[in-house]
Structure formats: structure tokens, C-alpha cells
Write a protein that binds this ligand. Structure first.
Ligand SMILES: [Fe+2]
Ligand SMILES: [Fe+2]
Length: 200
């Protein structure tokens, strides 16, 4: 049972090595490594599936915006295009999730959800999705002033890490006067409510 899974994973690594630009492939491997370590820490039964989600999370990040939009249209997902607010950054996550089943033969709703919301976050994220959300922001290839603090949070308390990441993202987007995905605000609100249970 374990072996075919491993074979499939290795097969996908080779495939992505050919499909992704070098820097994106390197980022992908770092996120996969971080997601695996975080899963071992918080939910060891999720390690394999979390690593698979991480491996595929940016599968079309390198596509031009028009190609991303065409793909979504081809599948009749016009409303998903609306949800992306015209932002290719959000669109790569939405299309990336659509491609899992279509193009990579991965049929796992929880992984799909994790990839779909890996950029914005969402209250719908399960532990697997929260790990991917954090791993993508605190992988070893990430260099920004607060990354080490956020990485520490990610290993000690996944909820606090998500909260601090989404809070900082919202502040930055407001300062930039950039659009904010509703699910990011919903994620922030739900984490804020969750905090009462962390403090007790
Ligand atoms: Fe991404
Ligand atoms: Fe990423």
C-alpha cells in the first residue's frame, strides 16, 4: 500500500521538474519539505497527503493570466474567475485546484480545498490545509523580516501561525490599497474567534 503511493509521489516530482520553471520547482520542493515537517509535528497521519498537496500547490503559478482564465472558462467555472477578483495570484490557486483531478489524477477533496485556498486562507481549511497555508509562507526559501518568528509559530501552534500570517497579509494589502479576498477576511474572523479557546 505504501509503495505505490511513494512511486506516484516520485513520478509527480519528476513530472513537475519538467513542467515548472527552476525557481518555482525549488520553491515547491521547499514547501513540500516544510509541509512534511509541520505535518509530522501536528498530525503525523497526514504527512503523505500534506506533502502531495504541497508538491502540487503551485502547479500553474507560471502560467500567464490569460491561460489561467482560459482553463477556468473551458471547465465552465466562470464564477471561480469572478472569485479571483481579476488577480492572477488568486487565479493560480483556483486553477491549480481544478487541475489536480483533471491533469494529475489526484482525487482528494481535502487536498483540493488546501490548494484552492493556499494563498488566501479560508475558514474551510482543515489541518492539512492550514499546514499548507503556513508552509507556503514560512518555507526555507522565504526571506522576509518576520519569517523566523512565523516559522516558530507554525511549529508550536498552527492556529496562531495562521492568525499572524493572515493578519499581516491583510494589513499589507490595506496599505497597498489592493483588493482583499473575502475568504481571507473570513479566515481572520474565524481565527480571532478561535483565539478564546487558545487562551484558556
Ligand atoms: Fe501559490
Ligand atoms: Fe507557493
Amino acid at each position: 500500500m505504501g509503495l505505490p503511493q511513494t512511486d506516484k509521489f516520485e513520478e509527480l516530482v519528476q513530472r513537475l521538474a519538467g513542467e515548472l520553471p527552476e525557481a518555482l520547482f525549488r520553491h515547491t520542493l521547499e514547501v513540500t519539505e516544510m509541509a512534511g515537517r509541520l505535518a509530522e509535528t501536528h498530525a503525523s497521519e497526514l504527512v503523505e497527503r500534506t506533502r502531495l498537496a504541497a508538491l502540487l500547490h503551485d502547479n500553474c503559478k507560471h502560467w500567464p493570466p490569460e491561460k489561467l482564465a482560459d482553463y477556468a472558462r473551458k471547465l465552465g467555472k466562470e464564477e471561480e474567475l469572478e472569485a479571483a477578483l481579476g488577480n492572477p495570484k488568486l487565479l493560480h490557486a483556483i486553477v491549480g485546484a481544478m487541475r489536480l483531478r483533471e491533469d494529475y489524477g489526484v482525487n482528494d477533496p481535502e487536498i483540493e480545498l488546501a490548494v484552492r485556498f493556499h494563498t488566501t486562507g479560508s475558514p474551510r481549511l482543515t489541518t492539512l490545509g492550514r499546514i499548507l497555508f503556513c508552509a507556503d509562507k514560512v518555507s526555507e526559501d522565504r526571506k522576509y523580516p518576520e519569517v523566523e518568528l512565523l516559522r516558530d509559530y507554525a511549529f508550536t501552534h498552527l492556529g496562531i501561525a495562521c492568525y499572524e500570517i493572515v493578519r499581516r497579509t491583510l494589513v499589507r494589502l490595506l496599505e497597498l490599497e489592493a483588493p482583499i479576498a473575502p475568504e481571507s477576511i473570513e479566515f481572520y474572523n474565524s481565527l480571532l474567534r478561535e483565539q478564546y479557546s487558545w487562551e484558556s
